[in-house]
Design a binder for this molecule. Structure first.
Ligand SMILES: Nc1nc2c(c(=O)[nH]1)N[C@H]1C(S)=C(S)[C@@H](COP(=O)(O)O)O[C@H]1N2
Ligand SMILES: [Mo]
Length: 161
């Protein structure tokens, strides 16, 4: 199916087409999540504070999204960017069983939260389970590159719960 190629960097609630996500690899595409198959996955989001949220998440597997743009084989990290200034870097091996979720325990996130999608996975640290991701970018970092330099936030900043 042909994907939308407009270079939007924001995910909005599109009443007709649903949430979108910009995926950056060899190509850059803004895709409609509704165009992809979804799977269910049990994940627990654990905060440094001790709070935890366990749920069954339904969403698009991250590898499906990367395949749409052709992530380079050298990819080491994914940078996941939200529209609230939050951006994190996740090791690609931890992202391979992650989802861009649309539902939590069967309920649409768009109906329950201020954001319509969630980057979440069993191997993704809780603070990196980004609410309302608008972009996922493949990066190939060298051994001396610091992935935290790609993170826009100090993760212990109290403004980010
Ligand atoms: N966009 C965005 N995603 C975010 C955050 C945020 O501030 N903004 N906080 C993170 C942190 S620190 C944690 S612990 C979890 C909290 O998720 P929960 O509210 O579902 O428990 O979301 C993460 N994802
Ligand atoms: Mo957190």
């Amino acid at each position: 199916m042909a994907h939308d190629t407009r270079r939007s960097t924001r995910t909005h609630r599109h009443p007709e087409t649903g949430p979108r996500l910009t995926v950056v690899g060899d190509d850059r595409e803004t895709v409609r999540l509704a165009d992809f198959p979804t799977v269910d996955r049990d994940c627990t989001v654990v905060c440094a504070s001790g709070d935890r949220t366990s749920a069954t998440w339904t969403g698009v597997p991250v590898p499906e999204l990367l395949d749409a743009v052709g992530a380079p084989p050298e990819t080491t990290h994914l940078r996941v960017v939200a529209d609230d200034g939050y951006a994190v870097c996740v090791e690609v091996r931890d992202a391979l069983d992650a989802l861009v979720a649309l539902r939590r325990d069967g309920t649409r996130l768009a109906d329950a939260e201020a954001y319509p999608t969630r980057f979440v996975g069993p191997s993704v640290p809780g603070e990196r389970c980004v609410k309302g991701p608008v972009a996922v970018e493949a990066h190939a970092l060298g051994a001396r590159d610091d992935p935290e330099e790609l993170e826009a936030v100090t993760l212990d900043d109290p403004q980010f719960g």
